[in-house]
Write a protein that binds this ligand. Structure first.
Ligand code: NAG
Ligand code: NAG
Ligand code: NAG
Ligand code: NAG
Length: 615
């Protein structure tokens, strides 16, 4: 719909003479965004007017294109500026909004009685705390309480408006139409018993590998041997650091981490009580005491966090490790009167980190949701926020998801655009071009893409479907670094699955690592766990060790990895040749020679990566 803004503005000027208030606050409201409520969510009723919301207003960034240009220069190994990452201030200068935009939004807020706001470091986000009734007036909308099939509850709306003159100054405001939830990408957890053995599995024949790598369970020593980090001695731990993200009240349980390390990386065990815990927006601190019975009975509490901590501490000792716990407040009490106030936690986290001088060079994040559960405007802005981390020289790795192309049988593989057409379901932030997305493999010699068919295992437990996440974004076009590999892959498909994915979208994963049956400690006992959630901290650890070699030889850390990975780094990966993406009821994209959207460029060969990085 095209609107005549001149007409609207003159109507507004007319209004001014009557009310004597600023002209611009008086332009009529026009719909800014509509986004369908995703499948699996149903409306329970009106949201209580006094429920508190933390609204994040994404201001249009004045110079993002320039930031993007500079990000690619400093991340391209062929460019003269390679490795010359931008300072905190330089990044902020590039993404700050225009003064005029800030003035107009301030005026609008003040006119509506909102006088307290805070900002992200670059002022590209304005935070306000208002109740639902005020937010409804500000955005000319109506909030409802929505419930997911799994029981969780959110306060959201499917459409919202802004005065016409503000449309060009504001990119997005959330929480409004985003139904993103940051589910951990870990699949099920197996206690003790030997689980399924994949069809055709052959134990490794190489003696060195056979000695340390078993299908069940896979240990730190196996990863170190398989990927070649075993004999590497770090030179600058402390200058070089690594971090990982926890959301949804996940936090590492230190006694479990200690028990795991004592068995699988004994010299690292004291670090279980020493790694840094950073709490953001009320996120829980890493816990010094074992899980209580009540905690352990909760839904998967701390399994993801324990997995990340165990993998990273096990792989990167003696490097300092930062555990970021980002909260949503108030605490989760799923009931219509006190719905969850999830603060769109990626944004809360990334804005916090952007305000810090002391940030690890590599950060692992094993959480995600369907891309289509998030409106495009919001996905765009969160993704741009990740570009800012890259410009500062920070590598952000995310897991590709555990459902292959979507779900197992296709019951959820439908579009949310009102057409309800059959489609593969890409994930966010896996599909953001400014992150490095990690898929999962299993077995050894050769490694193949991870797959576990569902069923009841010999241990009597039910195992869900698990396949390494794969996809093509509908929101983000293919970044230039993928131009050499993705079009040839797509044309070799010869029309297979045409219409079910976006051939011109950003495709993922970029790389992969082991992701089935990791040795694992939780609630005081040993068990095993699987998922691209496991692959992501593992790959992040290997990248962090490459950074140690770089920094100790006076070079910059790798920063935003993808331009380097696709032009040079790929030669330091073992190409995976077997498997398929599975999911949405089909066999899915085949794993092939070269890059494929299941295992990316392959699994790391650390000594080669160190050489290719220029050490
Ligand atoms: C066996 O694997 C180890 C560790 O990856 C490797 O160094 C060695 O060359 C391999 N041996 C053979 C015979 O391939
Ligand atoms: C956690 O450990 C306690 C103590 O060993 C045990 O009683 C409880 O059943 C465990 N909970 C779960 C969910 O495994
Ligand atoms: C979408 O189509 C599928 C298959 O025809 C159907 O099962 C489902 O209920 C439809 N969903 C909506 C929201 O219309
Ligand atoms: C993997 O693929 C290669 C080449 O296509 C084939 O020879 C081999 O048998 C496959 N291995 C497995 C474990 O599927």
């Amino acid at each position: 719909m095209k609107l005549d803004l001149t007409l609207l503005l003159s109507a507004a000027i007319g209004a001014q003479t009557v009310f004597g208030t600023p002209i611009r606050s008086r332009t009529p409201y026009l719909t800014k965004e509509t986004h369908n409520v995703p499948r699996k969510w149903s409306k329970l009723g009106r949201a209580p007017g006094d429920h508190k919301l933390h609204l994040q207003i994404g201001m249009k960034q004045e110079n993002f294109d320039e930031l993007d240009r500079q990000l690619y220069e400093v991340s391209d190994p062929e460019h003269s500026r390679y490795g010359q990452h931008l300072s905190f201030d330089a990044v902020n200068e590039l993404v700050k909004p225009a003064e005029e935009s800030l003035d107009l939004v301030h005026e609008w807020l003040l006119t509506n009685g909102v006088s307290e706001f805070s900002y992200s470091p670059a002022k590209d986000w304005i935070n306000i705390y208002v109740d639902v009734a005020s937010a409804e007036r500000l955005l000319d909308t109506e909030y409802s309480v929505f419930q997911h099939e799994d029981g969780s509850v959110l306060v959201r709306t499917s459409t919202w408006s802004l005065p016409a003159h503000l449309h060009e100054h504001v990119d997005t405001i959330q929480p409004t139409t985003s139904f993103m939830r940051t589910a951990p990408k870990k699949t099920d957890w197996v206690q003790f018993a030997e689980p399924f053995t994949p069809a055709g599995y052959k134990p490794p024949t190489n003696e060195t590998i056979a000695k340390v790598c078993r299908l069940f369970t896979v240990t730190i020593e196996c990863f170190q041997t398989l990927y070649g980090t075993l004999n590497y001695h770090q030179k600058v731990p402390g200058i070089n650091r690594i971090g990982f993200n926890n959301y949804l009240n996940q936090t590492p349980i230190r006694p479990d981490i200690f028990s795991f390390l004592e068995k699988y990386r004994p010299e690292a065990a004291p670090n279980a009580y020493a790694f840094r815990s950073i709490e953001i927006a009320g996120g829980p601190a890493a816990q010094y005491t074992p899980l209580t019975l009540e905690q352990a009975a909760g839904d998967d509490i701390s399994k993801e966090a324990n997995l990340d901590a165990q993998t990273i501490l096990g792989m990167t000792f003696p490097q300092p490790v930062y555990s970021y716990s980002t909260g949503g407040s108030p605490p989760f009490i799923p009931d219509i009167n006190t719905p969850t106030d999830t603060n769109e936690p990626y944004l809360t986290w990334v804005n916090y980190v952007m305000g810090q001088e002391d940030v690890p060079q590599v950060i692992s994040s094993s959480y995600g949701d369907d891309e289509q559960s998030i409106p495009k405007s919001y996905a765009d802005r969160v993704c741009k926020q990740f570009a800012q981390l890259g410009a500062r020289g920070i590598s952000l790795l995310v897991s590709s998801g555990d459902g292959g192309l979507g779900d197992e049988d296709g019951t959820s593989c439908y579009s949310n655009d009102g057409k309800n057409s059959t489609t593969f379901l890409p994930e966010f932030p896996a599909a953001c071009p400014y992150v490095t997305t990690v898929g999962a493999t299993m077995q050894f010699e050769p490694e193949v893409s991870a797959l576990r068919e569902p069923g009841i295992g010999p241990d009597g437990n039910t195992h869900g479907f698990y396949a390494s996440g794969s996809g093509f974004s509908y929101y983000f076009p293919r970044p230039s670094y993928q131009d050499k590999v993705v079009p040839p892959y797509v044309s070799a498909l010869n029309g297979l699955y045409d219409g079910l994915y976006n051939k011109n979208g950003r495709a993922y994963p970029d790389v992969s690592a082991q992701g089935l049956y990791f040795a694992f400690w939780w609630n005081g006992t040993e068990s095993s766990i699987s998922g691209t959630s496991a692959s992501c901290p593992l790959m992040s650890s290997v990248i962090s060790l490459v950074n140690d070699a770089l920094i100790s030889s006076g070079k910059a850390p790798l920063g935003f990895l993808n331009p380097w990975l696709y032009s040079k780094g790929y030669q330091g990966f073992t190409d995976i040749l077997n498997g398929s993406s599975h999911g949405c009821g089909v066999t899915g994209f085949p794993v092939t020679k070269g890059w494929d959207p299941v295992t990316g460029l392959g699994t790391p060969v650390f000594p080669e990566l160190v050489k290719l990085a220029g050490c």
